[in-house]
Ligand binder design. Sequence first.
Ligand SMILES: Cc1cc2nc3c(=O)[nH]c(=O)nc-3n(C[C@H](O)[C@H](O)[C@H](O)COP(=O)(O)OP(=O)(O)OC[C@H]3O[C@@H](n4cnc5c(N)ncnc54)[C@H](O)[C@@H]3O)c2cc1C
Length: 376
Amino acid sequence: MLSVLVLGAGFGGLELSTTLSEALGDEVAVTLVDKGDAFVFGYSKLDVMFGRTTLDAVRLPYRDVVKPGVRFVQETITAIDPEARRVTTDAAVHEADVLVVALGADYDLDATPGLAEGGNEFYSVEGARRAGELVRDFSSGRVVIGVCGAPFKCPPAPSECALLLHDQLTARGVRGDCEIAFAIPFGTPVPPSPDTSAALVEAFAARDIRFVPGHRVASLDPARKVAVLDGDGGELPYDLFLGVPKHRAPDVVIASGMAVDGYVPVESATLETRYPGVYAVGDVATVGVPKAGVFAEGAARVVAERLIARVRGGEADGYAGRGSCYIEFGAGRVGRVDVDFLGGPRPTGTFQAPSDALVAEKVDFGATRRARWFGR
Ligand SMILES: Cc1cc2nc3c(=O)[nH]c(=O)nc-3n(C[C@H](O)[C@H](O)[C@H](O)COP(=O)(O)OP(=O)(O)OC[C@H]3O[C@@H](n4cnc5c(N)ncnc54)[C@H](O)[C@@H]3O)c2cc1C
């Protein structure tokens, strides 16, 4: 029987395990490993931060991942030997015919001097919860939302943060006493889609949110309360700094020797690494697509189809590098951008303006994953 070891139960690992189980049932032995006890959708972090839901309501416990052929183990991976396809955890040693690395991207707060002491990140579950408390207590002064390095997960998310922050301050009647500035290293909020970017820039202008494109936050000076931008970007004074930290592959992946320039290189059509029988999907891999759940999920489906073909025969399609991201525009409005990163000479994106239908579609997006992955 084909044995598959899936490292990481995020977007990629959950989709891979579910697709294998649906197609092969007990004909496959999947071991799904994660150090956590629950999954949280990326966008739920913003919902928690802005008080639209609670952490308890958005935590999806892995004990609910009950599927034929799949065994979940809560263990911390401490070493990966890609040549032997052997993985050591704090509790066991696992070996398998196929290894799929889906360990996501970690945050490197130390890469931005001053961030840990003088700022806050809102990209982890705990960071978003804490940032939410600070935002709720904030009633006057300057807020800077700043991206500390690219690539970073879900490129529209910091734009969404700026718009949702505006709503929150407005609802509490303190928006007039607050300034919001938003710095991002890209020239536009969503570079592959000029229409999406234009809609976001218009939304910032309408809300008096200062948009500072083309610069990342290189450091914070907590004593002077300024965010220092790279290049000739100057400084942004802040009373509250909400940051997207620099990302990097988890330490255990770097230590395994699989990473090149920080992430794991793969064949973009097959998601195979240079090690036979070892794949990498999602944020941990270098595929030429953004770091987002929909791309991790799409890559996982391609690997699943290849493994299903290995058991059942047949052909599997290559990875297309397309995905749709929902974007919160504030005031309960949701738009969508459909991006294609591998289909042409350069990435392209198509914008759908906010609508009630897209609000419902985003809810459905979460509900279908929740049902397939967690049976609830
Ligand atoms: C604020 C925010 C909003 C977002 N909004 C969206 C959105 O609207 N749409 C979208 O598509 N994407 C969104 N994203 C991005 C999305 O969450 C990620 O890109 C996605 O989760 C990546 O999937 P993955 O499977 O590669 O990694 P992850 O989902 O990060 O999963 C990796 C898993 O590996 C585990 N792990 C790591 N190291 C170890 C170890 N040593 N031992 C054991 N387990 C380990 C982790 O616990 C984790 O569960 C958002 C992200 C953020 C931060």
